[in-house]
Design a protein around this ligand. Structure first.
Ligand code: HEM
Length: 224
């Protein structure tokens, strides 16, 4: 039933997903301004850094889950949501950085650069953010067309970025590493799926080579 969706349904779903992706931001804004008794807690800046960081990472993993989910279900229309989800990952990670740089460090560039140079988890986070920028900039249809095959190659950077993101999360945890390890397990499963798919696509040729004891070219030559 969900194998094919009409363009109108996909458009309506896109609007819905877009609004859903804004919910974490809306909650943060309401909490920041104390609307309806909502609050960020004793350390609001730290809370903002943490929540934006976690949403950024969640959206990265959700973006990486699109292709495996599409392959498992045959719902090809899922691919139409990937760009939006990836851009929301970038959006929340950028907010995470801006809260850190603006509210925590008051845009004191000397302190920020010192942090990047001296605190390894910040070095890793910054590397991931810098690598994300070209992906966000080239996410338009025009760029996709202009870059051709190179677009796909460039966007494979999302795998090391996600690894760096989880590593950054794990490294900054002081006591309980369980949550960071759950993110790591989800990422490992998603990367494992990709690897298995890639291996399966390469394997048939190899298997026929090892089982038959002669290569396909030789077989083709004989049958001509
Ligand atoms: C792909 C890029 C990034 C991702 C996915 C990410 C994600 C996260 C996550 C999930 C946390 C932990 C939240 C928690 O414990 O509840 C965190 C903490 C933090 N991140 Fe990032 N981050 C990224 C980049 C950056 C950058 C560029 C900076 C600053 C230059 C930064 C600075 C921090 C700081 C200061 C903390 C809090 C550490 C603490 O409380 O001691 N992150 N980040």
């Amino acid at each position: 039933m969900l194998q094919t969706l009409s363009p109108g349904t996909v458009r309506a779903l896109k609007v819905l997903v877009f609004l859903l992706c804004l919910v974490p931001l809306a909650v943060l804004v309401l909490e920041t301004f104390g609307v309806g008794g909502m609050a960020l807690g004793a350390n609001p800046v730290e809370e903002l850094i943490h929540r934006n960081g976690k949403w950024g990472l969640k959206f990265l993993l959700i973006t990486l889950a699109v292709t495996p989910l599409r392959r498992l279900t045959g719902w090809n229309w899922l691919i139409r949501f990937r760009r939006m989800l990836g851009l929301f990952a970038f959006f929340y990670i950028l907010l995470h950085f801006l809260v850190y740089a603006g509210l925590d460090q008051r845009f004191d560039l000397a302190v920020i650069f010192e942090d990047i140079a001296e605190r390894p988890y910040i070095t890793i986070g910054m590397t991931a953010l810098v690598l994300l920028i070209p992906l966000a900039v080239t996410s338009t249809r025009g760029m996709m067309r202009r870059l051709g095959r190179r677009w796909q190659q460039l966007h494979r950077l999302v795998y090391p970025i996600a690894i760096l993101g989880v590593w950054h999360f794990y490294w900054q945890v002081k006591l309980d590493t369980l949550e960071a390890l759950i993110y790591a397990a989800v990422l490992a499963a998603l990367l494992g799926f990709r690897l298995a798919h890639w291996w399966r696509r390469r394997a048939p040729g190899r298997f026929s080579l090892s089982r038959s004891g002669h290569d396909r070219t030789a077989h083709a030559r004989r049958s001509v």
